[in-house]
Design a protein around this ligand. Sequence first.
Ligand code: SF4
Length: 438
Amino acid sequence: MNKTFALISLGCAKNLVNSEQMLYLLDEAGYVLVPDPEGADFCIINTCGFIDAAKSEAIDAILEMAELKKAGKLGALIVTGCLSERYQDSILDELPEIDAVLGISSFGNIVGAVKALELGERPRLFADRNAPVEEIPRVVSTGPGWAYLRIAEGCGNFCAFCAIPYIRGRYRSRSLENVLAEARDLAAHGIKELIVIAQDITRYGTDLYGRRCLAQLCRELAKIEGVEWIRLHYLYPDQFDDELIDEIANNPKIVKYLDIPIQHINDTILKRMNRKGTGEEIRTLFRTLRERIPGLVLRTSLIAGLPGEGEEEFEELCRFLREARIERAGVFPFSPEEGTPAAKMPHVDEETARHRAELILELQQSIMDDFCQSFVGRTLRVLVERYDEEEACWVGRSYADSPDIDGEVHFEGLAREGEFADVLITGTGDGILYGEEA
Ligand code: SF4
């Protein structure tokens, strides 16, 4: 009887790609995926570990599975990903309930780890975190009709508040051939939207080819039959050049939606956080992008309470957000991460950071509501994701919505999952657009 397993994937989309790779390898080896860990022979928790909140979530999941094990309702517990990588020296001692741990360069050995467990061992598999990215096929768990395309691993930007370079290693691009081969395979399996990800996609190719290759990659992706939407996430603000802006503006398959994390706008804070570029350069970039790309939707990430942020600097950030009217934003309170330079710098207390983050969210909420209102009366192309029985409507996303982090379009009419539909927007509420098939 084939052994069964469950997989809990935490953290970012890049980690999800690793989970999908483990799904493929275990399936190839004859293990059967089950939705519920209760009753499974083993459970894998692919963890995130870059900020306190993520670490707590991972540890809660581990302790929850440990309870199942204690109750005899789960065979073994395997922990992979960033938390195990970051705390590889202590995790098995601190969490004795765990039976096996794998680091971020050992996903390819998941079957080996399971086999070792079956022999009664307690495997600890860690490899060079700067090793070239392993090319492993995957079972796509997203969709219908869309999938992430991870083009590089690691990061060399060393922003002062960020632990990721110490966990995921230095920047390593995948080769153009491998990325394009994967994209063709995804398109051949009905994927229409490719969401291009890495820690920083603007530096794609600099390590491998000695030059920025994102524009070239987008040109090649657009040639693939079946690919209709190319969505770009994690663009670093100081890495834009005319070639990239032209490609985004003129390539009809590149969705006019750009995710450009800026974290802050104040020059002193940006410098102290080792962010490349100034507040004025960010303002100029956003102005240029809006002029060159009509209808552009901007998404960004912001951290409130960074070291050096007093009332004045915080107000400067709020003033910038009121002017720039960025349509989509993720906001986090500063989390001093051990091992990062920023953790040693004086900063406001947690409560103040959380309060400032809430104020930014409020500010952004009204910007987002106005943005949603601007679609009423327009017809939007929507990638259909599912039929919601409860709401008795179809649910999908427009070009302005990235999965899991933005809004949705709810509409009535004829549609098919994984296909596009044209929807006349008739109303909006709480970030959702409502409409009917046009
Ligand atoms: S760009 Fe900065 S914030 Fe983003 S992963 Fe790299 S070091 Fe971290």
